[in-house]
Design a binder for this molecule. Structure first.
Ligand SMILES: *Cc1c(COP(=O)(O)O)cnc(C)c1O
Length: 228
């Protein structure tokens, strides 16, 4: 299938998932995850109306952002080293993967030169998986409070990359858990913190994520084809 047809199908499935639980489809944005895929595919998706793209690797992102012809919005969704943050300033509209104070401090420092705050999400490691990035739940509130005090960073919500499980229904408890964490944080009314966004759900489980409240779904292979 073409990228255009894939996008249309995903968008239909997003709309259907929203309808099932009475959400407005406009409240769910599709992040087309284009990592490892050539720029031509990004331009093809953009020509089909896709405006929001997610990338994981700084060097790859920089090279592709230069080449892409269409005017698109970029979100950075991969694990990020502090020394690379400077390359993202004024190039990405959101960083989904902030999981430690040192990284947030560097984002704050870099964005102080931009004249507007960085929009970030806090990545949570829900499965307590050693191999994955994301802050542990037990450390989440303190991390959010510390980051919220930084003047050039705006926390807009939470992001998670739950374990891959063949049956998407098995992932539902993780999505629900992320929503509950966001609700708890929201109730604390921490200045500088808005729990507007839940970035969760990928190619094989985005519909379940939407049913559990996702506002940003990060879909790669279902749009661009498998990466292997
Ligand atoms: C690669 C990636 C995705 C997309 O995964 P697919 O299974 O291809 O949809 C989403 N989120 C993150 C953080 C990723 O690294």
């Amino acid at each position: 299938m073409s990228i255009e047809a894939n996008l249309r199908e995903i968008r239909d499935r997003i709309d259907a998932a929203c309808l099932r639980i009475g959400r407005n489809p406009r409240d769910v944005r599709l992040v087309a995850v284009s990592k490892t895929k050539p720029t031509a595919m990004i331009d093809e998706a953009a020509a089909a109306g896709q405006t929001l793209f997610g990338e994981n690797y700084v060097q790859e992102f920089l090279a592709k952002a230069e080449q892409v012809m269409a005017k698109v919005e970029w979100h950075f969704i991969g694990s990020l080293q502090s020394n690379k943050v400077k390359y993202l300033r004024e190039k990405v509209a959101m960083i989904h993967s902030v999981d430690r104070l040192s990284l947030a401090r560097e984002i704050d420092r870099q964005w102080s030169k931009a004249g507007y705050p960085a929009d970030i999400l806090i990545q949570v490691n829900l499965g307590e998986e050693e191999s994955k990035s994301g802050t542990q739940e037990a450390a989440l509130e303190e991390l959010v409070r510390s980051i919220a005090a930084l003047p050039n960073v705006r926390i807009g919500g939470l992001m998670a990359l739950p374990p891959y499980l063949d049956d998407p229904e098995m992932v539902r408890p993780f999505f629900r858990r992320l929503r509950h964490l966001a609700e708890k944080l929201s109730a604390l009314d921490i200045p500088g913190v808005a729990m507007r966004e839940l970035s969760m759900g990928m190619s094989h489980d985005f519909e379940v994520a939407i049913e559990e409240g996702a506002t940003l779904v990060r879909v790669g292979s279902a749009i661009f084809g498998s990466r292997r």
